[in-house]
Design a protein around this ligand. Structure first.
Ligand code: FMN
Length: 216
């Protein structure tokens, strides 16, 4: 017995897996169903949030939560791969990931006001807390996929964060991509798997936390 709860074990076992499939011979989808992805996302949406998304973000998807999740199953990922192979070969490794994943979730957050390109968003406490809440939801999703035995990768997104993709999927340009979350099966055949660069850079508990004392 490790003495760790199931949740502790799941959190500890989560690690970045960047799975690079062959763009000309994509992996056969493993059978992960939309229902299952939705069940994870519904549960992930129990993340805490402090402030409501502004009204401007509530026209298409109407929730007050400061995050939005746009979901592609394996078939749609392969479809997008076929399109981008022709139209945007510079997308690079994102193409390889689309060739291997069972699902892709584009997780966005909803900044207050709609900023121009110069300033992505205003550095306010509200915006910081929108990002914090959206990140909690994203991590929940990753942990649920991990619990079910799937590999995951939280990516900044490369081409997936550009207006080309937002327009393609009718994602409001005022939203900002927080992460492109790739979900892969455990068995990815001969595909190359890359780990996160900073996987072993955390240090120990005492390197990033300390007890503070309130007594004099
Ligand atoms: C907000 C965010 C964005 C990330 N974007 C990238 C990315 O674009 N490319 C990448 O290689 N890793 C990315 N990562 C994953 C990190 O590289 C990874 O978490 C880190 O190396 C630690 O490894 P681990 O996740 O296995 O613990 C991102 C992680 C987060 C939280």
């Amino acid at each position: 017995m490790s003495g760790k709860s199931e949740l502790q074990q799941i959190i500890a076992s989560r690690q970045t897996s960047k799975v690079l499939g062959d763009i000309d011979h994509p992996l056969k989808p493993s059978g992960l169903k939309k229902d299952k992805i939705d069940a994870w996302i519904e549960a992930a949406g129990n993340a805490p949030f402090h402030y409501q998304a502004e009204r401007l973000h509530r026209e298409k998807l109407t929730s007050q939560v400061p995050w939005r999740m746009y979901k592609l199953d394996a078939d749609d990922c392969r479809e997008l791969l076929s399109e981008l192979k022709l139209s945007a070969p510079e997308a690079g490794k994102i193409l390889n990931m689309l060739a291997a994943c069972d699902a892709l979730v584009l997780a966005t957050w909803t900044p207050d006001q709609c900023s121009d390109d110069q300033l992505m968003f205003e550095g306010t406490e509200r915006n910081m807390e929108h990002i914090a809440a959206a990140s909690a939801a994203a991590q929940n999703l990753i942990l649920l996929a991990t619990e079910s035995g799937y590999r995951t990768y939280w990516s900044s997104g490369g081409i997936l964060r550009t207006p080309v993709i937002f327009d393609r999927f009718d994602i409001p340009l005022c939203e900002i991509l927080l992460g492109a979350i790739f979900i892969y099966p455990d068995d990815v055949g001969t595909s190359e798997i890359k780990e996160g660069k900073l996987k072993d850079a955390r240090g120990k508990l005492e390197d990033w936390s300390r007890w503070v004392s309130a007594s004099t």
